[in-house]
Design a protein around this ligand. Structure first.
Ligand SMILES: Cc1cc2nc3c(=O)[nH]c(=O)nc-3n(C[C@H](O)[C@H](O)[C@H](O)COP(=O)(O)OP(=O)(O)OC[C@H]3O[C@@H](n4cnc5c(N)ncnc54)[C@H](O)[C@@H]3O)c2cc1C
Length: 377
């Protein structure tokens, strides 16, 4: 029996290592094998991209060799999946190889698609890829005042990133002594500052306290680099000196190409995390179409559910666990303060006032990233 996990990001890696422990006897006896198939031999610590853009870390600190993060009992193959064929229980790689499985887990994450908005890729800075974060770091170093516009496309991963970026920019400008010369404007696509109401209300008070301006109902329509103007679908036009965008996202191209889900989001059972209409395919992390935040913590909690249910199935049992929509996100509000939001399908978050203690908790949590992929703690 083969369990194939496509994608070795946070979700795929945690799931594989958990399966290695849960299925130790079956792996030992050769009754099951767990194969991770991933496009990249390197693992990127994505939250670090924000700190790379702010000049607080280096590129080398963000990467590890994927093989070193996986239990030795897990096979790792490097190949980009170009097609999923669930009816024949196969996936096809860019190498031309076809891979068969008994159970498949799709954990291919999400990708930014700035090209969907005219002018965005050419004129906006960002921090969702290594190259964009490095360019933004340079631009911020050279920046000496003017209007900074932070704008967000939907859906996007890391629900707190637009707020965190805005808070950390404001903190940076204060520390550099240029805050009086900076007009910081945060825009958001819906009628409040965040998709989660409690977070939006908390952010409204924080913005007022810090003098950060905002514009809601702002869906980016286009960017004109010649006049340095960003236009919204709602008809608002804003001039900028520095534009920083979180572009809209889509799921993996192979998912769209294979017709598994519009825009690459796979229709997913909200509790069992199986692909709708298929009992042998699970969906993990960013690539689900569930109404939960696309975040590393989401992928982590979902991996625990899928691992338990797959282990049970290998032994001939039924599904024993269900995902309750749990998400935990820290929110950095300055270089030395943070808060957090914890929520699930039923319970909204209640963010508290930022504190140094929470900043230390976040720093500690992030330092543990690599060992937590292996299952510790
Ligand atoms: C700047 C930034 C800051 C963030 N901060 C936080 C934070 O503070 N807290 C938090 O919880 N989350 C944060 N996130 C979000 C978090 O990183 C993602 O939500 C999380 O990584 C999703 O996990 P995943 O396993 O679904 O996908 P990913 O971790 O993105 O992994 C996808 C994997 O699939 C592979 N892959 C993709 N396509 C294919 C293919 N066709 N064939 C084979 N392999 C493929 C990739 O190589 C990769 O290994 C942040 C993200 C960014 C960009």
């Amino acid at each position: 029996m083969r369990i194939m996990i496509v994608g070795a990001g946070i979700g795929g890696t945690i799931l594989a290592n958990r399966l290695a422990r849960l299925l130790a006897p079956e792996l030992q006896r050769g009754e099951v094998d767990v194969v991770v198939l991933s496009a990249s031999p390197r693992h990127l610590y994505q939250p670090g991209l924000l700190h790379l853009a702010l000049g607080q870390t280096t590129v080398d600190a963000l990467y590890r060799d994927q093989r070193t993060l996986l239990d030795p009992r897990i096979a790792l193959l490097i190949d980009e999946v170009v097609a999923f064929a669930p009816d024949s229980k196969q996936v096809r790689g860019a190498s031309g190889n076809a891979y068969s499985y008994d159970w498949l887990v799709i954990a291919t994450g999400s990708r930014v698609t700035p090209e969907e908005v005219p002018g965005l890729a050419e004129n906006a800075h960002g921090f969702y890829t290594e190259a964009a974060a490095l360019r933004l770091a340079q631009a911020l170093q050279a920046f000496d005042g003017g209007r900074v516009v932070v704008t967000t496309g939907v859906p996007h991963k890391c629900p707190m990133a637009p707020l965190e970026l805005t808070f950390l920019l404001q903190d940076l400008f204060v520390r550099r002594g240029i805050a009086p010369r900076v007009d910081l404007l945060y825009t958001y696509p819906i009628g409040r500052l965040h998709s989660i109401e409690a977070v939006a209300e908390w952010a409204r008070i924080e913005f007022a306290r810090r003098g950060v301006r905002s514009a809601t109902y702002f869906n980016i329509a286009s960017v004109d680099g010649a006049t340095r103007t960003v236009h919204s679908e709602e008809g608002l036009s804003v001039d900028y000196d520095l534009l920083i965008a979180i572009p809209p996202h889509r799921g993996a191209e192979a998912i769209e190409r294979s017709g598994l889900g519009p825009r690459g989001w796979v229709p997913t059972h909200r509790r069992l995390l199986s692909m709708q209409g298929r009992d042998d395919v699970f969906v993990l992390g960013d690539t689900t179409n569930l109404p939960v935040s696309k975040a590393g913590s989401t992928a982590r909690f979902q991996a625990e559910v899928i691992a338990a249910n797959l282990a049970s199935r290998v032994r001939g049992g039924g599904d024993t666990h269900g995902y309750d929509g749990k998400v935990l996100c820290f929110i950095e509000t300055s270089r030395d303060r943070a808060t957090y939001a914890a929520f699930n399908y039923a319970e909204p978050p209640r963010p508290h006032a930022p504190s140094r203690a929470m900043h230390m908790a976040k720093t500690f949590y992030h330092r543990l990233y690599w060992s937590s992929l292996r299952g510790f703690p």
